[in-house]
Design a protein around this ligand. Structure first.
Ligand code: FES
Length: 161
């Protein structure tokens, strides 16, 4: 028997998963799209969400985890309000992006793929952000900062409240 507390806690997730799974007529072939929709709603795919998807879509939990952990588009950890992405593509690397990444890591006391405790920032790296000629590139949310000097980084991060 499910306890009242657990039942209440899982109602929101259950209902959200039910709505998304239902919108795809419980089609198992739509698993990736279902996970994308749920990640859009929750910001990440928690264990609770994955378990609900497994149960409601009647797909083994191992298969759901396999998909969620394979694709880079999915995050099993909550993300911060601001996503900092430092390009580590070849063109940006030769122009100094590793140094920028080290400085940002030190300023925030975070490694790539980590989220700050206050949920303000998630630090990521990218392989190419599509504007190589202007590198090195640091992207904060939807804003591209091209050729930032190390001394610009503090101001750039402070502008993301
Ligand atoms: S390598 Fe950095 S934008 Fe292409």
């Amino acid at each position: 028997m499910v306890s009242k507390t657990k039942s209440k806690k899982s109602t929101k997730v259950s209902r959200a998963v039910s709505k998304v799974v239902g919108s795809y007529q419980k089609d198992k072939d739509m698993l990736i799209q279902i996970l994308l929709d749920l990640q859009g709603m929750f910001g990440c795919l928690s264990q609770e969400v994955l378990t609900e998807v497994s149960e409601q879509l009647e797909v083994p939990i191992t298969q759901v985890y396999q998909i969620a952990s394979y694709y880079k588009a999915f995050s099993l950890m909550p993300k911060g309000r601001h996503i900092i992405k430092v390009c580590m593509g070849t063109a940006c690397q030769v122009r100094g992006s590793p140094e920028l990444l080290n400085i940002i890591s030190a300023m925030l006391n975070m490694k790539p793929c980590e989220t700050s405790e206050d949920m303000r920032f998630t630090l990521e790296t990218g392989n190419c952000l599509g504007c190589c000629a202007t590198g090195p590139v640091v992207k904060v949310d939807e804003t591209y900062h091209t050729k930032p000097a190390p001394s610009d980084l503090k101001k750039i991060l402070e502008s993301a409240k």
